[in-house]
Write a protein that binds this ligand. Structure first.
Ligand code: CMP
Length: 230
């Protein structure tokens, strides 16, 4: 089996796609690598392809006035992006930038349409993923409107723990947490505020910072999210 087909087997987008179609589609994919911080897709440009992340991580973001950035999501190996322009024929809804050195597999519009026609499973998988992204966006909107900054930091930590956390004896370890600037851009606040809140959490024994690793203590999930205020 080709290494592309091997990878696609573990991509939720292609779950339940039959072997022959998986082989056919994997032979059509082009591979491209991007260095950290390189733009992969730019908001508002036309889109003629979608991407599956083979290696690395990407940031889905929107740049505001004066260089401010909102990070909508961070996607990792096995995730996909760029499907929206292929589905609604509108320009790219957001920019996508390599958050670390990354490799993507590229599927052109015509190949994507042919594949979805061949494989109803992929259509359902896309709808499932769009629902999950909408739920996440709904949570984010309500958190921005309803929660103070302590609770917002607590919620984003829990979100990161659910996606990337590893159970260890003392709690949940997030191995490569986003930078404090990236966390700030995910919850609409400043890097200084994130730094202040994380120091406060550390003082209270909710978290332990270890360079790029962060440990969420057992009492974090019970106390911090429910009662995070200053
Ligand atoms: P498209 O609009 O073609 O190009 C930008 C891509 O970013 C978009 O397709 C989606 O794949 C992805 N994207 C946009 N918004 C989100 C989000 N909230 N969460 C995850 N991915 C997103």
């Amino acid at each position: 089996m080709s290494s592309h087909a091997e990878l696609l087997r573990n991509v939720s987008l292609f779950a339940n796609v039959d072997e022959a179609e998986l082989q056919r589609i994997s032979a059509l994919l082009a591979e491209r690598s991007f260095s950290k911080d390189a733009p992969i897709v730019s908001k508002d440009e036309p889109g003629d392809a979608m991407f599956v992340i083979a290696r690395g991580r990407v940031k889905v973001c929107i740049q505001g006035e004066g260089g401010r950035e909102v990070i909508l999501n961070i996607l990792k190996a096995g995730d996909f992006f760029g499907e929206m322009s292929l589905l609604d024929d509108l320009p790219r809804s957001a920019s996508v930038v390599a958050a670390e050195d990354s490799t993507v597999l590229i599927l052109k519009r015509d190949q994507f349409v042919e594949h979805v026609n061949n494989s109803p499973a992929t259509g359902l998988n896309i709808m499932g993923e769009l629902s999950r992204r909408l739920r996440r966006a709904d949570d984010l909107i309500s958190n921005l409107a309803l929660l103070d900054v302590y609770s917002r930091v607590a919620h984003i930590m829990i979100d990161l723990a659910k996606r990337d956390g590893q159970e260890v004896e003392e709690g949940i370890l997030i191995k490569e947490r986003p930078t404090q600037q990236d966390i700030a851009s995910m919850i609409g606040t400043s890097r200084e505020t994130v730094s202040r809140v994380l120091s406060e959490f550390q003082k209270r024994g909710f978290v332990e910072m270890r360079g790029r690793e962060i440990l969420l203590s057992r009492k974090f999930t019970t106390d911090a999210a429910a009662n995070a205020g200053p």
